[in-house]
Design a protein around this ligand. Structure first.
Ligand code: 5CA
Length: 434
């Protein structure tokens, strides 16, 4: 993409409405614009990151055996009356009336709808287990939408739902999702801390929140030092294995809480206990038959008997993750994207637009990098180009200037470390395998 043609409205000044760094940087880097309280337009740069995050979530759900579908955002109130949550959900639910005066709503979550899809289409025990998910916009009329996409009213969520024949099988599905979450967040370069949690309006008695560590996180978490040091990225998982020992290891030995553990635990862990701050990016629930009983989601068992299915639900805040990633990865100059979610891998800076050598070298590099490069071909001062490129945080900068290119050399800068290297044009292409 050529920056001269790209829709990237960056801001030099800090917007007054933004209280936290990710909100500030998303506005300044031209990723989002607010259209109403807690409702955002995703501009091209932000949208690219959102799609990358979504794709990692999707790949890890698929790997764990979940199947993607897509349910609508608008739901009929009847379904929610069946489960009893239409009244319980209160003012957080956006209620809508259609032209026929039928009560509708903008979905804050999809337990009811997926339970209806399941009960209308699955009849036999042999069709279980099933884990179904979608990645869809939700609406919650939060009292205080704040911190940009971290607590929006409209936000993108991955929500998965599991259907099993008995509690032991439901636990296996829960464990699969648990491990899938560890892998998902690790792939984005994030440390995710699973923490035993309350179930709130979703229900059930087994639940974990996943917090990623960032200095500006909303909740305090206490976590075992060894846990922070474990790298999940390279941990291979066979989802057909019994995952219970692994989940026990993660929730037992490294138990984390919002309060300092239980004195016995504190004494045992001693100075291994680290207090950190976390942002909740995922939440999983096992709620048994709460919805299946109320909505009559049953299958015929081997002897023809009717079995009420066991369910769980598993959410990831996909749009919140974009903010959380910036909370975890930024410096004074701007965002520092981990490669896995960067909107472009390389920012190409032409320091002297109009200089035939610089232009020719940049065109060569631009073509070679293809869709993974953002080429600053604007007629701007070098300082402006450096500042913008640092602000939007692409992992690598390739800087082409008249002095260097006279000797066939360009500069490669790592956004993360700030390290700079002089390389020949060929060496840069080789370095990135293009
Ligand atoms: N039905 C369940 C699981 S699918 C559910 O809705 N869980 S939840 O309420 O915990 O939401 C799942 C995730 O969505 C949260 O962990 C959080 O990361 C994200 N989320 C929730 N509310 C918001 C919000 N207002 N803005 C941005 N993300 C949100």
């Amino acid at each position: 993409m050529r920056l001269s043609a790209y829709f990237l409205p960056t801001l030099k000044e800090n917007p007054a409405e933004a209280q936290i760094v990710s909100h500030r940087l998303m506005l300044r880097a031209g990723m989002i614009r607010q259209t109403a309280a807690g409702i955002y337009t995703w501009l091209p740069l932000g949208w690219r990151v959102l799609r990358k995050v979504e794709q990692i979530v999707r790949e890890e759900q698929d790997r764990a055996g979940a199947q993607e579908l897509l349910m609508p955002t608008i739901q009929a109130a009847e379904l929610w009356k069946e489960s009893g949550r239409y009244d319980d959900y209160g003012k957080e639910m956006l209620r809508i009336t259609d032209r026929h005066d039928r009560e509708m709503l903008y979905g804050p979550t999809n337990e009811e709808m997926i339970t209806a899809v399941f009960r209308d289409n699955v009849k036999r025990y042999r069709d279980l287990p099933k884990i179904l998910y979608h990645i869809q916009w939700k609406f919650r009329d939060e009292v205080r939408p704040r911190f940009g996409v971290m607590r929006g009213r409209e936000f993108l969520m991955k929500d998965a739902y599991s259907f099993d024949l008995d509690p032991a099988a439901a636990r296996r599905s829960y464990n699969r999702m648990f491990i899938a979450y560890m892998r998902t967040f690790a792939r984005m370069g994030l440390k995710a801390i699973p923490m035993r949690a309350d179930t709130g309006p979703i229900g059930g008695d087994l639940s974990h929140e996943f917090h990623i560590l960032a200095e500006t996180g909303e909740s305090a978490v206490f976590v075992h030092r060894d846990f922070i040091e474990t790298d999940w990225r390279n941990r291979e998982v066979d989802y057909d294995d019994d995952l219970q020992p692994l989940v026990d290891e993660l929730t037992g030995k490294y138990a984390v809480t919002e309060e300092k553990h239980d004195p016995a635990m504190a004494a045992e862990l001693g100075d291994k206990l680290v207090c950190a701050r976390g942002i909740e990016v995922g939440h999983i629930f096992n709620f048994g038959q709460k919805y299946s009983k109320a909505m009559n989601a049953v299958v015929a068992g081997p002897g023809g008997e009717s079995i009420t299915v066991e369910m769980g639900s598993y959410g990831i805040g996909v749009s919140r993750l974009v903010g959380a990633l910036i909370e975890a990865y930024h410096d004074d100059a701007g965002i520092v994207w981990p490669e896995a979610v960067a909107p472009f891998k390389v920012g190409l800076i032409n320091l002297k637009k109009g200089d035939p050598r610089c232009d020719a070298a940049c065109e060569t590099l631009y073509r070679a990098f293809g869709s993974d490069v953002l080429y600053d071909d604007r007629d701007e001062r070098a300082g402006v180009k450096f500042a913008d490129m640092d602000l939007i945080g692409l992992p690598w900068q390739v800087i082409v200037g008249p002095k260097g290119i006279a000797n066939g050399m360009v500069e490669l800068k790592s956004r993360r470390t700030g390290d700079r290297q002089e390389l020949s044009l060929e060496a840069v292409l080789e370095r990135f395998g293009v």
